[in-house]
Design a binder for this molecule. Structure first.
Ligand code: SF4
Ligand code: SF4
Ligand code: FES
Length: 249
């Protein structure tokens, strides 16, 4: 017989004026190899068909099932109940708009973020569909791929003290996205171009460097290295660009 688990789950429907945010307890027997994803589906099937939570892939690929698990953002499909105590508190990610219970709207924020950081390869070259693909060194392709593994779950933003204080902060996920283009030789933007996109308190200079983001990233993306690299590059770009003007005035 498995452990007797108590789930305390945040419940609220923001569209229903009669709904008030509260925690609802559920009791369930633990099964072998049970993930939170399995537990939540079982709860919905057997105890409350109205329980809202998001999922798609069950394999840490879509990023949809992120929630706050006993105080820490993480993926429900990747978290085993055996690694948690018998009492499990589940809340929706903060920062994002609440849809209902454990479901938040990360999509709108991520679309807006991609526009704000101009998240595509910028090049003046004309596209020639008949030309051979440009070669890229394997090591560099791996380096870019390492940063491209982000599943847009939002955990890093939900764990970020700056993002919780200022909603316009772009967060580690956006800065990691920029870092990905900075090392891509096909992107012709200069450090000054990147400065105009993230060289502000909404971007890299708002980051307090406490690295809650890297601690919770379920894909173990090396966010600390990217934040450090961007800070150094953009500080240098600012010094090169603005100091001469300051000296002349
Ligand atoms: S290091 Fe920067 S981006 Fe990461 S959690 Fe801290 S303030 Fe947010
Ligand atoms: S950087 Fe990590 S925590 Fe942040 S959205 Fe991407 S996968 Fe999630
Ligand atoms: S269901 Fe896709 S990441 Fe968890």
């Amino acid at each position: 017989m498995g452990r007797r688990l108590q789930f305390n789950i945040f419940r609220h429907n923001p569209l229903d004026p009669a709904s008030t945010p509260h925690m609802q307890p559920f009791i369930m027997e633990e099964l072998p190899n049970m993930t939170l994803f399995i537990a939540l589906n079982k709860l919905r099937e057997e105890q409350d068909p109205g329980l809202q939570f998001e999922f798609c892939c069950r394999a840490a690929i879509c990023g949809a099932c992120a929630m706050v698990i006993n105080g820490k953002p993480g993926l429900a499909c990747r978290t085993k109940t055996v690694d948690l105590p018998e009492e499990i508190n589940l809340l929706p990610l903060p920062f994002f708009k609440l849809v209902g219970d454990l479901t938040v709207d990360t999509g709108t924020w991520f679309r807006d973020m991609a526009k704000r950081v101009r998240s595509w390869v910028h090049t003046d070259k004309d596209f020639d569909p008949k030309a051979q693909e440009e070669r890229m060194d394997n090591a560099l392709a791996d380096e870019i791929y390492e940063l491209d593994r982000c599943v847009e779950c939002g955990c890093c933003v939900a764990a970020c003290g700056t993002a919780l204080m200022r909603p316009d902060f772009l967060g580690a996920v956006a800065l990691n996205r920029v870092a990905r283009f900075m090392i891509d030789p096909r992107d012709q933007r200069t450090d000054c171009d990147y400065f105009s996109v993230i060289g502000s308190d909404e971007g890299i200079f708002g980051c307090m460097g406490l690295l809650g983001c890297e601690d919770v990233c379920p894909k173990q993306i090396p966010l600390q290295d990217q934040l450090g690299m961007i800070r150094r590059k953009l500080a240098l770009a600012a010094a090169k660009n603005f100091l001469p003007r300051f000296m002349r005035s």
